[in-house]
Design a binder for this molecule. Structure first.
Ligand SMILES: Cc1ncc(COP(=O)(O)O)c(C=O)c1O
Length: 363
């Protein structure tokens, strides 16, 4: 029997009755845009993130762009970004007329390396964009110190880290604003596109709130050049339901990750680090292996699903031609060797054990 990498249908099945009820309520109530469900979810998600303000937006890319636009960073200013991230982190910087400066990650955690970030700071640097890749929290003590020392904005891309904890808190301390995606595959996933900006700064929250709705806070009065990036009322209702189960789902992810970490023993499979200063949300369980094509064929032959996050680094993408000349050996090695194993709330202990045994027999 096959073990899929991820089945969204199976993932949402336990919530069917509640989601259907929410849809009927939405349909019958007749307020389809920016109404009670969006406000309720914003307030619940802010509390979940240990922050006072949350603004729902249309997706994670918009959340990043709206943050940088609302900070009114000078056009062309530099934003330090980890070179090994999902393409959207870097695209967001370019889309708002800023200049991404790609830095090599920590080879152990794959996260933004504060020492490399510091070396990349110039007179033109305006912000650091940290990415909580695969569900792991970045080193916020070091990054916060850096941002204060050089008077930079610290922005977090938390599209993959809902529910992660840094020193026991779901907050990313020192970050001026945090961008979330609720794309269906995320740890907190809607049933369509959705996103949010979370912040401790009221003025920033207000600016994002206006900009997500054409730059308008008062009806038909436009104070900013905004866009249409409203969080869907229906998706907000769905997200409120799923948020109630997020802690339990994250716990299950942690149990499965611990099972993999203690069970997989094979010299050809390099395990991800087990964190101590923070609790990982384990969005992805990413191993590394020297011959990925061989491991892919082996897993396929054994009916075990997998994915690769990500096969081509951003600076090697055709769309980022201006960055193609860069040599970033750590990033390139990561992209050449990573492979993601199934890890989500629908995976049983039995299936996890079958994956472990199969991997341990891999030669
Ligand atoms: C790290 C990271 N940043 C940004 C995004 C963009 O989010 P969205 O697809 O909701 O625009 C994603 C989503 O895939 C992501 O994984």
């Amino acid at each position: 029997m096959d073990i899929p990498f991820l089945s969204l249908k199976a993932l949402n099945k336990p919530y069917t009755a509640e989601l259907e009820k929410a849809f009927h309520h939405f349909l019958n109530r007749g307020f389809y845009m920016l109404s009670d469900s969006v406000r309720q979810f914003e307030s619940e998600f802010a509390a979940f993130c240990s922050a006072p303000f949350c603004v729902g937006v249309a997706n994670g890319l918009d959340a990043l762009e709206l943050i940088m636009q609302s900070m009114e960073l000078e056009k062309g200013a530099e934003v330090i970004v980890p070179a090994n991230t999902y393409y959207a982190s870097i695209l967001s910087v370019l889309n708002v007329g800023l200049t991404p400066v790609l830095v090599e990650p920590d080879p152990h955690t794959f996260l933004l390396d504060p020492a490399n970030a510091e070396k990349a700071i110039t007179g033109k640097t305006a912000a650091i964009l940290a990415v909580n890749l695969y569900g792991k929290m970045c080193d916020y003590d070091a990054l916060g110190t850096l941002a204060r020392k050089y008077n930079l904005k610290l922005i977090t891309d938390a599209a993959q880290s809902h529910g992660a904890r840094y020193k026991c808190s779901t907050d990313c301390p020192g970050a001026d604003a945090i961008a979330y995606s609720f794309y269906p595959t995320k740890n907190l996933g809607a049933l369509s596109d959705a996103g949010a900006v979370v912040t401790h700064h009221e003025a920033l929250a207000q600016a994002v709130r206006a900009r997500r709705n054409y730059g308008s806070e008062v009806r038909y009065q436009f104070d900013h050049l905004g866009k249409n990036s409203r969080l869907s009322e229906l998706q907000a209702a769905f997200l409120s339901i799923k948020l109630r189960y997020l802690d339990a789902e994250t716990e299950r992810r942690r149990e499965l990750a611990a099972r993999y970490l203690s069970g997989i023993r094979n010299e050809q499979i390099i395990l991800p680090p087990a964190e101590t200063t923070h609790e990982d949300a384990w969005h992805l369980f990413v191993v590394r292996t020297p011959d990925r094509e061989k491991l892919k064929a082996y897993l396929q032959g054994h009916g075990i699903g997998f994915d690769v996050h990500y096969p081509v680094p951003p600076h090697r993408q055709k769309a980022l031609a201006a960055f193609n000349h860069l040599s970033l050996p750590v990033t390139e090695e990561i992209h050449r060797t990573v492979l993601s194993l199934p890890l989500n709330g629908t995976l049983s202990d039995r299936d996890a054990d079958r994956i472990i045994t199969t991997l341990n027999q891999y030669a």
